[in-house]
Design a binder for this molecule. Structure first.
Ligand code: PMP
Length: 354
């Protein structure tokens, strides 16, 4: 503890998103994509003129915002870009959620939201999930200081339809509703087409998952011009050059290759369903998922022991054991071969005498 830290920082424990091992492991712990980015990404990295790095990047990231706007069916002025959706989320918390009224979020959701609340001094109201483990949209109140949830949710994988989002937005009009779509490309329904109708809807997305570019750190937000301007005001106060030129070029190349995108996404979805089936045959209870991970619980096995057993055999998954989520494993979807190794190893572990 340092006397130099401000009070909010004293309360924080550093967030560790998931082990990034140095040795070769089957890495199924941080929801990365097992397939490489689009071939055009490699070409950009090979051919990018190094002299371009002499200049500052476009402070408005126009080329990238135009490419994203075209892909998402909105105007470039409705798009904001940042260094990973984590940064975009951090800016949104500062721009919209410091309202003196609690920010509402599901009790089980992305673990970074409570961290931002503590960091920015925002009171948080955590709401239980519905009985089927979906985010309980009816529980959010019209008088909240804001609403945030991931859709599909993490780490449950459940996604709501656009129609359900629209019903929520008809009711909540006085504060920002932030829908975090980090995983939407794996079978969810995007709320982006609703931003025209609802000026308080902000949708965030990322290149880290479905576009296989987690190492690039590129995320975005889509919303009304009013909300995008709110984000720009916060950003401008400390960093006016958000996206570096190389990252912009890489991201544009990724957006250009729709075929590669669809093929990788399709493979992840097929492998997810096969893995779910295999896990269920091993006695796991597995939630249906519209994301690139599965949340699994075994009624007769200790998840901590399974986690350690897998780790010893070179397979890394995420173990959850919080008050709200006891004894679960979250397993990112890897290649077919990786998932076969996972299920075969789990089979051995489940059969071993306790
Ligand atoms: N939202 C959710 C729900 C996530 O799981 C993650 C990744 N852990 C992020 C946002 C952040 O992703 P990135 O910063 O890589 O865009």
């Amino acid at each position: 503890m340092s006397k130099f830290w401000s009070p909010e920082v004293r309360e924080l424990t550093p967030y560790i998103p998931g082990e990034q091992p140095r040795e070769q492991l089957i890495k199924l712990n941080t929801n990365e994509n097992p397939y490489p980015p689009a071939p055009g990404v490699g070409a950009v990295l090979r051919d990018f003129p190094s002299d371009h790095l002499r200049r500052y990047p476009d402070p408005e990231s126009r080329a990238l915002r135009e490419a994203l706007a075209e892909e998402l069916g909105v105007e470039p002025q409705q798009v904001f870009v940042g260094n990973g959706s984590d940064e975009v989320l951090a800016l949104a918390f500062q721009a919209f959620f410091r309202q003196g009224r609690p920010l509402e979020m599901p009790e089980i959701s992305y673990s970074f939201y409570p961290v931002y609340c503590r960091l920015y001094g925002i009171e948080r109201q955590a709401l239980p999930l519905a009985a089927d483990w979906s985010v309980d949209l009816e529980a959010f109140s019209a008088t909240a200081g804001g609403v945030i949830f991931a859709n599909p949710n993490a780490p449950t994988g459940h996604g709501h339809t656009r129609e359900a989002l629209s019903t929520l937005l008809e009711r909540i009009t006085e504060s920002v509703v932030l829908v975090d779509e980090a995983y939407v490309d794996f079978g969810g329904e995007s709320g982006v087409p609703l931003v025209e109708r609802f000026p308080n809807l902000l949708v965030t997305g990322t290149f880290s998952k479905s576009r296989s570019l987690a190492g690039l750190r590129l995320g975005y937000a889509v919303g009304s011009r009013e909300l995008i301007e709110g984000l720009e005001r916060v950003k401008d106060s400390f960093n006016s050059y958000p996206i570096d030129s190389l990252a912009s070029a890489v991201a544009i190349a990724s957006l250009a290759d729709r075929e590669h995108f669809a093929a990788c996404r399709g493979r992840v979805i097929t492998t997810r369903e096969r893995t779910r089936d295999r896990l269920e045959r091993l006695g796991f209870e597995v939630l249906p998922s519209q994301a690139n991970f599965l949340l699994a619980h075994h009624p007769e096995q200790d998840a901590a022991q399974l986690f350690v057993g897998l780790r010893k055999r070179g397979i890394l998954v995420r173990h959850f054991n919080t008050e709200a989520l006891r004894d679960h494993l979250r397993i990112s979807i890897g290649t077919e071969d990786e998932m076969t190794s996972l299920t075969e190893t789990l089979e051995t572990l489940c059969q071993a005498p306790a």
